[in-house]
Design a protein around this ligand. Structure first.
Ligand code: FES
Length: 104
C-alpha cells in the first residue's frame, strides 16, 4: 500500500533574481524569516505588520496572516497585490517580486 505524503513545505519563487530561484519554507514559517535566512535583501522594522516597510508584491499563490492584522497595508497596496511578509505564512506555493524598499 502506498503511503500518502502530506506536503509540509511550500515554495517561494523569487521572480526578481537572475537566474530565478525558489526557496523552500516550512508551512508555518514566516515568509520574511525565510527570505532573510536565504540572504534576500529585504527591509524590516516592526516585524508585526504595522510599519509597512517589508511591503512585497505577491505575483501568485496565497498567503495567510492567520490572526495577525496587516495594518501596514493601505487599500491601494492591497489592490495592487502587495503583502507583508513579516506576518505572512505560505498557504500555497507563492511567487513574489522584489520587495519594495522604502522609508517612511
Ligand atoms: S516589518 Fe513592519 S510591516 Fe513588516
Amino acid at each position: 500500500m502506498q503511503q500518502k505524503l502530506i506536503p509540509q513545505k511550500k515554495q517561494i519563487h523569487l521572480a526578481f533574481v537572475d537566474p530565478e530561484q525558489s526557496i523552500l519554507v516550512e508551512k508555518d514559517e514566516i515568509v520574511l524569516t525565510a527570505l532573510v535566512s536565504a540572504g534576500i535583501p529585504i527591509k524590516q522594522a516592526c516585524t508585526n505588520g504595522v510599519c509597512g516597510v517589508c511591503l512585497t508584491p505577491l505575483l501568485s499563490g496565497e498567503i495567510d496572516y492567520a490572526n495577525r492584522q496587516p495594518h501596514g497595508l493601505n487599500e491601494k497596496e492591497k489592490q495592487n497585490g502587495y503583502f507583508l511578509p513579516c506576518i505572512a505564512t505560505c498557504k500555497s506555493d507563492i511567487s513574489i517580486d522584489r520587495p519594495k524598499v522604502r522609508l517612511r
